[in-house]
Each structure stands twice: as C-alpha cells, then as structure tokens.
Ligand binder design. Structure first.
Ligand SMILES: C[S@@+](CC[C@H](N)C(=O)[O-])C[C@H]1O[C@@H](n2cnc3c(N)ncnc32)[C@H](O)[C@@H]1O
Length: 245
C-alpha cells in the first residue's frame, strides 16, 4: 500500500468516533434531521464538477430497461434528475427521501411538468416505506454510500423486498477499486475525498468503497448488467442492474 494511505485506518477510526460524538451531542439518532439542508442545493453541481458529468450518466445508465407504466422507485432521490428522466419515459415514479430541502428542490424540478403518470413524493426514512413487492425497478443512486456497512446491508435487503418478484434493484455508485496497486489507491483516494467532504457536510458514514455486487449476490439477487464510467484513466462510477432472486 502506498505510504500516503497508511494513515487511513487511523483517520477513519478518529472520524467515526468524532461523528458519533457529534450525532449524540446533536440530539441522538433522530433520522428526521435534515442533514442535506445546507449541502442539498449544491449537491448536483458539486457532483457534476467532481465527476465531469459521469455521475449524471451513471444515474440513468439503466433507464433503457424502464418501460411505460412500470412502477419505479427512487430511494434517497435527492434532486432527482434520474427520477424525472424515468417519468419522461412514462413510468409510474415514486420518490422517497428523508430531507425536506432535497424534496423541495425536486418539487421545483417537476413543477409545471406533465408526465404520463404524476410523480408520487414520499417524505420518510426508506426503512419505514413498506410497499413491498410493488416495484418493477428500485433505484439506489449514490444513496447507499451515506450509510455504515450494517445499515447498507439492511437497506439493500429492504430495497429488494420493495421490488416485485423478478423485478430489478439498480445501484449506481463509486466503482470498487480494481486493477494494480496504483489504480486501486487512486480510486480509494478519489472516493475518500468525496466521502470526507460529505462526512462533514451531511454526516455521511466514513468507510471504504462498498462492494455492492457482492452485497446484492448475498441477498440472492443476480447481477444482469454493469455499466461503468471512466474518468481520469479508469472506471470511477458503475451502475449495477440486479434481478431480485
Ligand atoms: C448522497 S444523496 C444522493 C441523492 C441522489 N440519489 C443523487 O444521486 O443525486 C443521498 C440522499 O439520500 C437521502 N437519505 C439519506 N438517508 C435516508 C433515509 N434513511 N431514507 C431516505 N432518504 C435518505 C438524503 O436526504 C439525500 O437526499
């Protein structure tokens, strides 16, 4: 491992302790806090600049699987350009988010727009949303990386339950580091820069890039397609299409 990354576990541990302390001091684990109130309005533009537009492409990479009248859920929708693109394809779109301010931005985005089906907006914690077996496609775009590993596993299991039998779960996120040592270290660094920013900006969890394909397979889902997006010489973001097992 390159010398400049040897301090990462210590840094991770200190940040996790610091974040848990901040959460406790700010009133416990109240999930209804709007952690995206400040960074939310800037989220998409920051992502666009940071990825030279690749994050936008990654979020809609599996949209050619959406058919008119399909039930499509966007968990942790944020500003929701991907959800709007799905509604434009004639899908019955539901968006769920915990952040009032993100949903306000999304509401502004669809205001005055007419789709084949009106978009349903739900303001809640995704784990409290229990329309099991309803959706043809369940999207988690750049959503799962906000959580600690045990939470990600719980949320993936929950998202799979929301999909119909034979339906899809789509995860768009940072690519798992791969290739030689330098390539892996660079992707880790690229991820940690974003992660540390969002640890402070939105109290996201501090962790390495998650291996979503293994997590999905662990729940019995089959990976049907993976599309990755290159930037700065390598794959930086991937969209994974998994069929519910
Ligand atoms: C990193 S942003 C990603 C937003 C969007 N999917 C995108 O790709 O731009 C994460 C979003 O998940 C929402 N979120 C975080 N925890 C949540 C939870 N437990 N239930 C629902 N939404 C949540 C946040 O409010 C935020 O809008």
């Amino acid at each position: 491992m390159p010398r400049f990354l040897t301090g990462v576990p210590v840094l991770r541990c200190s940040l996790e302790i610091g974040m848990e302390w901040m959460i406790l001091m700010s009133g416990g684990m109240d999930l209804m806090n709007d952690k995206y109130r400040i960074i939310g309005p800037l989220y998409d533009i920051v992502a666009r600049i940071y990825s030279a537009g690749r994050i936008d492409k990654c979020k809609t990479a599996m949209h050619d699987h959406i058919k008119p009248d399909d039930y499509v859920l966007f968990a942790g929708v944020g500003q929701g350009t991907d959800a709007v693109a799905a509604a434009e394809r004639g899908a019955r779109v539901t968006v769920v988010d915990l952040s009032d301010s993100m949903l306000d931005i999304f509401a502004g985005r669809i205001s005055g727009r007419h789709f084949l089906h009106p978009v349903e907006t739900v303001h809640t914690d995704i784990l409290k949303y229990e329309e099991y077996g309803k959706f043809d496609m369940v999207y988690a775009n750049f959503f799962l990386n906000v959580f600690t590993r045990p939470m990600v596993l719980a949320v993936i299991e929950h998202l799979a339950k929301l999909a119909k039998p034979g339906g899809y779960v789509v995860i768009g996120d940072f690519a798992l580091p791969s290739g030689g040592a330098v390539a892996r270290a660079f992707q880790s660094l690229y991820w940690y820069i974003a992660d540390i920013f969002f640890v402070f900006a939105a109290r996201n969890a501090f962790h390495p890039v998650y291996d979503y394909q293994t997590m999905l397979k662990g729940h019995g889902s089959q990976i049907e397609k993976v599309r990755c997006f290159r930037f700065l010489f390598d794959d930086r973001f991937c969209s994974i299409l998994a069929r519910k097992g």
